[in-house]
Design a protein around this ligand. Structure first.
Ligand code: HEM
Length: 415
């Protein structure tokens, strides 16, 4: 970080006292207003925060400029604001999301085979059958439910267990562990200790699973990681475990917020649910609008490797650059009336950066789309409408743009 170096333009949107790195800032919807002001005033601006100072990008074009120049804006020095520096140094070049260049291509090539259209289609039947049974129970219960924990979070955890080849007898245990490991809403010391313990239990779990898969390979990504060779070289144990953690992280942290956020959109714009019920061919377009409107990762961070100009800002080598993805996805020059949820957006239906851009574009994008598609397809015939049944609890996080809790009521469809 650059300590107290001052660069211009300096961030002023929202007035004095705004700390973009502070998790509290994202617990209300004020960030949307502040970002709007920033896009108009200084789309690239130097922001000060407790977590260090950084360039803050709120508009689409400069955001893309960063994402699409991976040699100038690298990931190896961390892609998350305020991340643990020691952990980042350990994982740099070994874990997909914090690897660059040939190291990134090597890891990406190995993992990508698990996210092709066919591979994703193979995971669909199991998800459909679990979700159908779950929805039947939820709707029969007839009381409000928390769309985050009781619905959205379950879906990626079933999928991830399948993908990683976790035996069914361990699904509940792993689901509990991942809930604990990725629950960043409690930032007290106890909360941190609980997260570290859960992560290390996940590492030892996958360490044991890996040993087993080395001698008994299965049809799962852990077996692929264990046996893959690139240029005659296998992945090290450390690389495999980092990437298992990265996949759990990527798959579990984001998708629930897209699904819960979609339900929020259907409560605020109920006509769009009716539009989808009438014409299910709009589902693909709806998925893109869900990804744009919810944009679950709050930001991605890069480090500049050389002096470079972005808009009116003179970025220096070594500067941190943070791209606020939901703000780029609400850039009014790309998406007119951006706070509205509009299923058929034109002319930019799927240019969103919900899945990022450039070489780190989400490797699990097709899988995530399939998960959202299954949820919509199964709910459309069952649900007449959604209604909010309590206060929306947004996540206290600068990294995840989502919800801790979203209580809703369903009116069942009359068939
Ligand atoms: C709605 C759901 C999802 C969203 C919005 C999302 C979003 C993103 C974004 C924005 C990035 C880029 C990070 C960067 O540029 O530094 C990314 C990368 C990644 N995602 Fe996703 N993701 C989702 C689902 C998934 C799923 C289901 C998986 C796997 C099971 C996954 C695994 C990953 C991995 C491993 C990377 C790193 C890719 C790379 O560095 O090449 N994600 N995701």
């Amino acid at each position: 970080m650059n300590g107290r170096v001052t660069r211009t333009p300096a961030w002023t949107a929202g007035g004095p006292g705004i700390d973009l790195a502070a998790p509290e800032f994202y617990t209300t919807e004020r960030h949307f207003e502040v970002w709007r002001e920033a896009r108009a005033k200084h789309p690239v601006a130097w922001a000060s925060s407790e977590a260090g100072d950084f360039w803050s990008i709120t508009a689409y074009e400069p955001g893309m400029q960063v994402l699409k120049q991976p040699k100038v804006f690298i990931s190896e020095q961390g892609m998350r604001l305020g991340g643990n520096a020691v952990a980042v140094r350990r994982a740099a070049g070994k874990m997909l999301v914090v690897a660059d260049g040939s190291k990134h291509r090597r890891l990406r090539g190995i993992q990508a085979s698990w996210f092709t259209t066919q591979a994703v289609a193979n995971m669909r039947p199991e998800l459909e059958s679990k979700l159908r049974a779950h929805l039947d129970r939820l709707i029969a219960r007839g009381t409000p439910f928390d769309a985050v924990q009781e619905l959205a979070a379950k879906i990626p955890s079933w999928i991830l267990c399948q993908l990683m080849g976790v035996p069914k007898s361990d699904w509940n245990r792993l689901s509990r562990l991942t809930d604990a490991a990725f629950n960043d809403s409690d930032d007290t010391r106890d909360g941190m200790v609980a997260r570290v313990e859960a992560h290390s239990e996940i590492f030892s779990y996958f360490g044991e699973l890996l040993e087993h898969r080395r001698t008994n390979p299965g049809n799962d990504i852990v077996s692929t990681l264990a046996h893959a060779e690139v240029g005659g070289e296998k992945l090290t144990e450390e690389e495999i475990l980092f990437n298992c953690d990265g996949l759990m992280n990527g798959g579990l942290e984001t998708t629930p917020h897209a699904i819960a956020g979609a339900i929020l959109a259907f409560t605020r714009f109920p006509e769009t649910w009716q539009q989808l019920r009438k014409d299910s061919e709009l589902i693909d377009a709806a998925i893109d609008e869900i990804l744009r409107w919810t944009s679950p990762p709050m930001h991605v961070m890069r480090t500049a490797t050389e002096d470079v100009t972005i808009g009116e800002a003179e970025v220096k080598a070594g500067d941190k650059v943070v791209v606020w993805l939901p703000s780029c996805d609400r850039d009014e020059t790309i998406y007119p009336d951006p706070d509205r949820f509009v299923i058929e957006r034109w002319p930019n239906p799927n240019a969103h950066v919900g899945f990022g851009g450039g070489p780190h574009y989400c490797v699990g994008a097709k899988l995530a789309r399939m998960e959202i598609q299954v949820v919509l397809e199964l709910m459309l015939p069952l649900v007449q409408e959604f209604e909010l049944a309590g206060e929306i609890r947004r996540k206290r996080s600068n990294f995840l743009h989502g919800f801790d809790r979203l209580d809703v009521t369903i009116t069942p469809a009359r068939n």
